[in-house]
Design a protein around this ligand. Structure first.
Ligand SMILES: [Fe+2]
Length: 506
């Protein structure tokens, strides 16, 4: 494991068995186990808790999930205090998890294709959603929220990780209301720091609800803005980006045909398909505290491609453009009903590429309100290496950032599992890479600024790594500036490849 300027590698340098060995059930729940650094030392200034979410249960009664995204949410917490660390993990006690623990088999269908035993006959017309709380975990006020985008969050105790139950955020959400798993913490564009998020009610006409909460101090959790915006067509929105003025959505050109889902042949997400030859749309929803409050949302034709995640967005005052950096796939990467996810052919599925879109705001604002504005986006590649899970320094959320940290493949070209962390200079294009290859597989990097830091890259990058040699997880702490290894903690826990997480400073 080294930090060095990136170097090309021609052939995949990993063993599929190492990668696939992370797909397993988590069989233990640890309660505050002290973990020492196996190498290096935990920085004394790193104080706070890293929370991670992801699927922790992938098999029941001998049946595997069809896709890991159907696995029940399990939260891992690592609390750092003056050079030491304490580990805890808990499954979210969702209704589905409790029912299936008791039954010893799947009793719900999964959105990504997991079916109950018994074939289509047993699955047809069972349209209950299993809120599996497995996608992200964030702190809001005195609650820890385990998020899953199609329904309301589960509230947990931030210290013990015990599940308090489904949360409707003091009556803000209706029962079962969608609440995104991709909130953005903005650092104080309009005074106090906020959590900005959204929910989508999808249908022939879709409604996006934009919500803003105070995220710090005694008002944390208080609603500061709440607005609804309707758009024609079936909206599929996983993530978004923000600037001080706008919430930026990219509506991919996808169609949803629910019939195979209703008839018990596919999961709901498997019924999404790209509309070939059609373009997606950027939807720019004005923030209530921004300069365009009251304006109708802007609609701008998007370039081809499919996007789950954005890195960041910002206003470029020099060009009057809104800049959005996103991880773009050629097409919607789906796993068909007949495929074992552990056998997925990486070379045959689309690879994530970091792209920059410059949106001509002046042109869009001059167009008739509500109209779709074509030819208003310039696109440029930022990174050709396969990547996912990118972030900027949290203080630069919604503002122009110099640096990005992202999970990348070990090879410079070609689609492989994510095995390395890259620091990308978005101005000079200079790159540094820390690699866990050949036997390590990285998850989403979380950049944590050093308390009182002045430089944008002063801090650490925290990353859970699946260690194929140990068949367990390591927590790696890198220096954010040069990606040098500060500490490796060999956790007494095997955590399957996960999704998203966040750091809460002490
Ligand atoms: Fe995501």
């Amino acid at each position: 494991m080294t930090a060095a300027p990136s170097a090309p590698a021609a052939a995949p340098g990993y063993d599929r068995a190492d990668w696939a060995s992370a797909f397993r059930n988590v069989g233990v729940e640890l309660s505050g186990v002290s973990v020492a650094a196996a190498r290096g030392a935990i920085p004394a200034e790193l104080r706070g808790t890293l929370y991670r979410n992801g699927p922790g249960r992938l098999e029941r009664g001998g049946q595997w999930v069809h896709h890991p995204f159907d696995g029940d949410g399990m939260i891992t917490a690592l609390r750092f205090e003056v050079g030491s660390a304490e580990l805890r993990n808990r499954f979210v006690r969702t209704e589905g998890w409790q029912a299936e623990e008791q039954a010893g088999r799947f009793v719900y269908r999964g959105v990504f294709g997991t079916q109950k035993p018994g074939g289509p006959v047993a699955n047809a017309f069972d349209l209950r959603l299993k809120n599996i709380a497995n996608t992200h975990v964030v702190r809001l006020g005195d609650q820890l929220l385990a998020l899953w985008e199609a329904a309301e969050p589960h509230a947990l105790d931030p210290d013990t990780l015990e599940t308090r139950g489904l949360s409707r955020l003091d009556g803000l959400l209706k029962p079962g209301e969608a609440f995104s798993a991709h909130p953005r913490f903005e650092p104080g564009h309009h005074g106090e720091p906020r959590l900005v998020t959204f929910g989508v009610k999808a249908g022939p006409t879709s409604t996006v609800r934009l919500l803003e909460f105070a995220s710090e101090g005694p008002k944390a959790g208080k609603v500061l803005a709440d607005s609804r915006h309707s758009f024609k067509g079936f909206a599929f929105l996983h993530d978004f980006a923000i600037t001080p003025d706008w919430a930026v959505f990219l509506q991919n050109a996808v169609a949803f045909n629910p019939l195979p889902y209703v008839l018990g042949r596919k999961g709901a997400a498997q019924c999404l398909a790209s509309k070939l030859g059609e373009a997606g749309e950027f939807w720019l929803v004005p923030r209530e505290s921004g300069r365009y409050a009251g304006h109708k949302p802007l609609r701008i034709t998007a370039p081809e491609g499919f996007v789950f995640h954005h890195l960041n967005a910002y206003d470029d005052p020099a060009t009057a453009e809104l800049v959005v950096d996103s991880i773009v796939y050629d097409d919607f990467p789906s796993i068909g009903p007949g495929t074992d996810f552990r056998q997925v052919d990486f070379e045959a599925i689309p690879a994530g590429q970091l792209m920059r879109c410059r949106l001509d705001l002046a042109k869009a604002l001059a167009a008739p309100e509500g109209s779709l504005v074509p030819h208003a986006v310039a696109i440029e590649p930022l990174e050709q290496r396969t990547c996912e899970f990118a972030m900027v320094n949290p203080a630069r959320q919604g503002l122009e950032a110099r640096f990005a940290w992202l999970a990348v493949a070990e090879r410079e070209r070609g689609n492989d599992p994510l095995q390395a962390i890259e620091k990308l200079d978005l101005v000079s294009a200079e790159r540094r890479v820390w690699s866990a290859a050949p036997r390590g597989f990285v998850s989403e990097p979380v950049m944590v600024p050093r308390p009182g830091a002045a430089a944008e890259d002063d801090g650490w990058v925290l990353c859970l790594v699946w260690n194929g040699a140990r068949c367990a997880s390591d927590l790696v702490i890198l220096n954010a500036a040069d990606l040098s290894e500060q500490a490796v903690l060999e956790l007494p826990l095997a955590i399957p490849h996960g999704l998203h997480g966040s750091f809460v400073a002490a």
